[in-house]
Ligand binder design. Sequence first.
Ligand SMILES: [Zn+2]
Length: 499
Amino acid sequence: MKKSIFTQSGIPLFGILFIILLSGIIMAQEKQLAWDLYNSYESFKEKTLENRRFKHSDIVPLIEQLQNKNIFKVEKVGKSIEGRDIYLISLGTGKIKVFLWSQMHGDESTATAALFDIFNFFSDDIAFPDFKKFLLSNLSIYIIPMVNPDGAELFQRRNIVEIDLNRDVVRLQTPEAQILKNVFDSLKAEFGFNLHDQGRDYSVGNSFNPASISFLAPSPNYEKSLTAPRENAMKLIGHTTDILNEFIPGHIAKYTDDYEPRAFGDNFTKWGTGVVLIESGGWRGDREKQFLRKINYVAILSALNSIASGSYSKTDANIYESIPQNEKFMMDFILRNLKLNRKDKDYIIDIGINFEEENLDGARNFYLKASIEDVGDLSVYSGYEEIDLSGYSIESGKTKPEVFHSIAELEKLNPADLYSEGYTNVFLSEENFHGNHSHLPFNILLDPSIKPNNEIKPESPVNFIIKKDGLIKFVVINGFLVDIENSDSWNGNSIIFNK
Ligand SMILES: [Zn+2]
């Protein structure tokens, strides 16, 4: 039999090879564009948004500036409970509608900052002219950059009446959720981007990498049906994952696809929009998530490019399927292989430590409060930071019995002297002194009757002394490790324990 040059579908084999070759070329071009966006990012970064804790009053002037640019349409689409305007910014004249919204949860601001970087990108008249023209002629882009301004004000997840907006799509009791739903209904967009942050404790499966970006194409029902919009979202995520693997390989996971009937993404999928959930997680050495903000910028612009060209539609569905699941195997700091003596027997243990952020200065700032997450064999966990202390032993830090009467007295203490006697805490009895943290390298107990909890077990504070051959080599103050030989290197914060 003569070999046919036609395949079963009737397309010539050469045609299929040509399509494969062409899609390879297109992907290579898209990756090059992503690299160009990545490398030029600093010119577009909105410099006034310096960390995660910016507020509505910081973004309003930026939005007002956009009104001066012809390409943007700026509308006020309602007010939060505390009366803060919620804005819809739109651009582009294309047929395909894309809706992006961020910060439904007030303390999840990474993508909001990236959206302002993207506004700067489009405001610029010079760079990437063909790309911008291509996007704006094929897409109509609609953006709500801070759905929950009252929550952002307090840097808290929920809104001002403690309702989680992402559980209010059915009851629609909050104005913020009503606004989001109204804008969604008015657009019926083909694609939606639901932009969030997730905890630093998420890992990529059981790898030792944080889940820096997690994606999801939410389920439209309990059966997790593969509707057409959901399949489009899956392909777009697969395509965007391929591109992000250039920058953060091994750091991309998939959020659980369990149906949540009270959430926006799940319902928007049910109502016919291809929803892409992006969760910004943790990245080593980047508590303020400024690198992940840049990755959001590259991811969103790359995804918009793919929607405009339709290139996502040729993506293999297996890419989405093969993204590892979000798991929780990350901790902030792990001390490994310490010897702990209990009831006259030595045990080798790891200690996992997590830091909570406690708000300061009207939530503009924070201090860190450490607690023990787990003790024992933590070999399945990974730390943002780790230290191997094989050959060292651990004991609880002690409190110096003497009572001090002023902060000035405490400032004169030599920390090395305290540490050499095993002290991590001191007493202070000074009337009218209040506080919750300090930058002194030891903890302060504000009342001699306080019995500090220095136990080495889960949920306890993190104050230890670490010895080798009977000599104290390190102390740990509120989760911060101090090398005795080099105690000037302290740059943590300690805790002030009130009664
Ligand atoms: Zn969220």
